[in-house]
Design a protein around this ligand. Sequence first.
Ligand SMILES: [Zn+2]
Ligand SMILES: [Zn+2]
Length: 183
Amino acid sequence: MQPLSDRQQQIYELLQTRQRISTVEIQDHFEISSATASRDIHALVLAGAAIKASRGVKLAPPVDSALPEKKCPYCGGMLKERTVFIIQMEDGRQQSVCCCHCGLMALEQTGVRTALACDFLYGRMINASQALYLLGSSVNLCCGPTVLAFANEEEAQHFQLGFGGSVYPMEAAIQELKKLMKL
Ligand SMILES: [Zn+2]
Ligand SMILES: [Zn+2]
C-alpha cells in the first residue's frame, strides 16, 4: 500500500468532518484536474480510508466493524473472552474455540499438544487437563449442553449446587459430552 500524499491526507481530513465529498469539490478545493482528483480518491479507497460514493467518496466505516469477527472453527459462533478455549497443536499452530463445549470436542482431533480453558469464576486461563468441567448446568452462555471449566473441584461443586449439572475431570467430561451429544 502506498502512503497517502499530503493532499490525500487533507482530503481525508475533510472527509472526517463532512463524511462525503464529491470529485468536483475536491477539484475546486485543491485546484487540481479531475484526473488528479480521481487518482486521489482511488488512493484513499485503496488505503481503506474512504469508500466510493456517487460522483465522489465517503468516509469508510471504522476499522473495527470492517474487520471480520473472530469465529469458532467448530460451531461458527463468536469467540468470547469469557469462555474461550485455546488449543496448542504439536506443529505450533494455535486454535481458539468459543467455549469448553467446542474445546472438549476439539481435543479429540489428532496433534493436540496442550490446551487452556478459561476458569469460569475468575476468567484465568488454566491447564485444560487439570480443570474440572461442569456439564449441563442451567447457565447458557454458548454451546449446549453447556460446559464450564473450574480450577478446582470445590468451586465446581459450589457452582453445581446453584446451577445443576454434573462435575467431571477432563477425560470423563469428553466421554460424557459425547454421550449427551448423541441423545
Ligand atoms: Zn464453538
Ligand atoms: Zn461454544
